[in-house]
Design a protein around this ligand. Structure first.
Ligand code: HEM
Length: 572
């Protein structure tokens, strides 16, 4: 889909940029704004309206003409042309750009550009640069990549600019998708419409409308089941601990199984019990589903972050992606078709209305089994991996920051008994510190570190006119780790969210779930699951960590870069 969009972008060759001395970027601390995302809409209507009309005056100037900086009036800002946006000169820096690909990862979908740049890096054999922030340090908050073969990409990290892009995104925003998954669906499966994450336009709106309410009722419906899975995880930790109270097995993998079991209840209304299954290669559907999910995730990461040769011929990673996505598709499709058959034999009253799949099958939108299976597959792929990532980092930070863990333990002990059930209705009000810990974890390590949009209109960012059709990559992780936006930005400090001046943080400095019409559909699910497992673990164990610092990997969903050797010490 994105590629189709990009094909409309006019072919453009540009090898040069203005010198860095002409940079206009604004490095001052962003204006602290007393706004919440919802207030931002109103505020933005006031503040962005004026520049928007200037943009209109500038007209449809794509491709932008090379113009001299234009002074509109004495007071109005100078608007510079797109050609003035600083960035690496394409040929000179071609290998540097390649090295950013693993960080920008899957979001960069201009395939020709990607391929060209990959070749450049391969030939030059340059070492990858550390991260995107180097680019911003070098060029400022608006950085443009010019491909020798066309297709423009602009990187931003300033909360004001991120806010501006979100505010003008319209009713059906378009993000860049996962090329490999999109190719798999359109070419291999002959699907016209991809899943919720990758589809666009009216079809996206239809899918989102159908899935939204049933998804949220499904969480409420299965809350007791989710609590049971959390208890099961706590017990498994108890059984697996060694003499040092650590899990000799891979803790990340155990968390992954926990997340899979919870999502099994929410998406399929089924008890998957993967936590109790050691042999994942056994012939039952559930363990194949789990195994395929793991393998498909690995294959997608490989295809998206490595050289994109799979676009030309069958590489081992592409082979694996097709094999395991086929397996996921078939197994999920089987569940959906069983539900469809069951419905046809039942009366309206007998049909379980609380199952997500049933609700989608019976919706007025008349979704077919194939569409539903694709939506479920997207939610499984994104949901299980993002939640596992966040839970891993949350445990790591709590184990490392003992003071925060102590405050959290006191809060939990006041509200919940270890032998009682967890009422989720008021969970957010009763556990403000826990919610602050979740927020802080997601600020430090947003599982999806960059977000993307394809501009539907021209926009002015930091005095540069950016034309519609440009792929904007918003490095939200970079924004949330900037000292300009948060004091002691790299420290885990949940208290910051509870201080009276917390409302002064820029509403777009940390947006782990995105914003607007295409905001994450699973935020409530994620916060509920993270809260419930943390409550159960902290009630029973004191967490400790005695090894080197753990960082997130730079793949399309961040993971810990080292084994999670957390100690689970019994509370007396
Ligand atoms: C900590 C956990 C999670 C994080 C941090 C997260 C983050 C995100 C982000 C950043 C986006 C893109 C938003 C944008 O482009 O503005 C997104 C989209 C999405 N997420 Fe999540 N997510 C999480 C959990 C989940 C779960 C549990 C599910 C499944 C129920 C899920 C399903 C989706 C879907 C389907 C989309 C695409 C929505 C659309 O395009 O309309 N996510 N998520």
């Amino acid at each position: 889909m994105l590629l189709n969009q990009l094909r409309y972008i006019k072919f453009k060759v540009s090898f040069s940029f203005t010198s860095n001395q002409q940079r206009w970027y604004n490095v001052e601390k962003p204006r602290l704004q007393n706004i919440k995302p919802q207030d931002a809409i109103q505020k933005e209507t006031r503040t962005i309206d004026a520049p928007a009309s200037n943009e209109h005056l500038l007209g449809e100037i794509f491709p932008a003409a090379r113009i001299v900086p234009m002074v509109l009036t004495n007071k109005e800002p100078v608007v510079l042309s797109f050609d003035e946006v600083p960035g690496p000169k394409s040929l000179k820096y071609i290998s540097k750009v390649r090295s950013y690909m693993s960080e920008i990862g899957t979001q960069l979908t201009a395939s020709i550009l990607t391929f060209g740049l990959n070749i450049g890096a391969y030939i030059n054999n340059r070492k990858p640069l550390r991260n995107l922030s180097i680019l911003f340090d070098e060029y400022g908050p608006v950085v443009r990549f010019v491909s020798p073969v066309g297709g423009d990409i602009v990187l931003i990290n300033h909360p004001d600019h991120i806010q501006k892009v979100y505010m003008m995104e319209g009713d059906c925003p378009v993000r860049s998708t996962l090329d490999s998954l999109e190719k798999y669906r359109t070419e291999h499966r002959n699907r016209v419409y991809a899943g919720l994450y990758t589809v666009h336009g009216q079809e996206w709106m239809r899918q989102r409308t159908v899935v939204y309410n049933p998804l949220h009722s499904s969480v409420t419906q299965h809350i007791q089941g989710i609590d049971d899975v959390c208890e099961n995880f706590v017990q498994k930790v108890y059984n697996l601990r060694n003499n040092q109270d650590e899990i000799p097995k891979d803790l990340y993998k155990e968390l992954h199984k926990w997340s899979f079991d919870c999502m099994g209840l929410i998406l399929f209304s089924k008890k998957f019990t993967m936590l109790n299954t050691e042999l994942v290669y056994s012939q039952c559907d559930m363990s194949w589903l789990y195994h395929s999910l793991e393998k498909a995730t690995q294959a997608i990461i490989k295809c998206e972050t490595g050289l994109h040769f799979w676009k030309l011929f069958t590489t081992p990673a592409w082979h694996s992606l097709v094999k395991y996505c086929d397996s996921l598709d078939n197994l999920i499709g089987k569940h959906v078709m069983e539900a469809e058959q069951a419905i046809s034999f039942k009366t309206q009253d007998e049909i379980g209305k609380n199952s997500l799949i049933n609700a989608m099958l019976m919706s007025d939108a008349k979704m077919n089994a194939e569409d539903i299976a694709t939506i479920i597959m997207d939610m499984l792929l994104i949901g299980v991996n993002t939640i596992t990532s966040s839970m891993s980092f949350m445990l790591y930070y709590l184990a490392k920051y003992q003071r925060s863990q102590k405050i959290l333990y006191e809060e939990i002990s006041k509200s919940y008994r270890s032998d009682g059930s967890i009422e989720i209705d008021n969970i957010k009000e009763e556990t403000p510190y826990l919610q602050a810990c979740i927020k802080e974890t997601l600020r430090l390590v947003p599982p999806i570190p960059v977000l993307t949009r394809i501009l539907s209109k021209n926009v002015t960012l930091d005095r540069y006119n950016i034309p519609r059709g440009t792929l904007i990559i918003m490095s939200t992780q970079d924004a949330s780790l900037k000292e300009n936006n948060y004091d002691d930005a790299t420290k885990f400090c949940p208290d910051r969210w509870l201080k009276t001046d917390a409302k002064d943080y820029h509403a777009f400095a940390s947006i782990p779930f995105g914003f607007g019409a295409r905001k994450c559909i699973g935020q409530n699910i994620a916060e509920t699951m993270l809260s419930m497992l943390t409550i159960r673990l902290i009630q029973k164990y004191k967490l400790e960590y005695h090894y080197g610092d753990i960082e997130p990997t730079r793949s399309f969903i961040a993971k810990p870069n080292k084994p999670l050797k957390i100690r689970f010490v019994d509370r007396i």
